[in-house]
Design a protein around this ligand. Structure first.
Ligand code: SF4
Length: 152
């Protein structure tokens, strides 16, 4: 088995993930040197109210998001599959990164058992995560979430 990476306490992670999905906090992922989600040919959705974000991304990198109301845009990736704002191995607009990136936490895929929905680079990271559980109740909660395939 490949090397495992500590994902933290499951219940602490769950509370943080739920807060991020409600827009109350940014995700706080212990990415270390991983940059898989920035280099995996992913489209980044940006909403019309993200004025600070839209101000720092060249408009030519954005295009209307299919199936979304006017003003919703996507940012694509370069010929290497890298986010165009990923420069010299890091996010060049980190302080003003899109909401999509602020919320993104690949541990979610691990928790809901949806590794197959991730790109290969991200999937490798997902498979390495290892949560800890405070008690049997915590482990039962994790099992139920994995079985349901979604967060409560
Ligand atoms: S794939 Fe996961 S660990 Fe890697 S940079 Fe993205 S969020 Fe962080």
């Amino acid at each position: 088995m490949s090397e495992r990476i500590p994902a933290g306490d499951f219940d602490v992670w769950l509370a943080g993930m739920q807060a991020a999905l409600r827009g109350q906090a940014d995700s706080d992922v212990p990415c270390g040197s991983c940059t898989a989600c920035c280099t995996s040919s992913q489209f980044v959705h940006i909403e019309p109210d993200e004025h600070d974000v839209l101000a720092v991304i060249p408009p030519e990198l954005l295009f209307p998001a299919p199936g979304q109301p006017s003003g919703h845009v996507l940012m694509g990736y370069d010929q290497d599959g890298h986010c165009p704002m990923f420069v010299d191995g890091r996010c060049s607009i980190y302080e003003k990164r899109p909401r999509t990136c602020r919320v993104y936490d690949c541990r979610l895929f691990a928790a809901v058992g949806r590794v197959n929905e991730a790109t290969p680079l991200v999937a490798a990271r997902i498979e390495a995560w290892e949560f800890t559980y405070a008690d049997d109740d915590s482990r039962r909660r994790a099992d139920a979430i994995s079985e349901a395939g979604r967060l409560p």
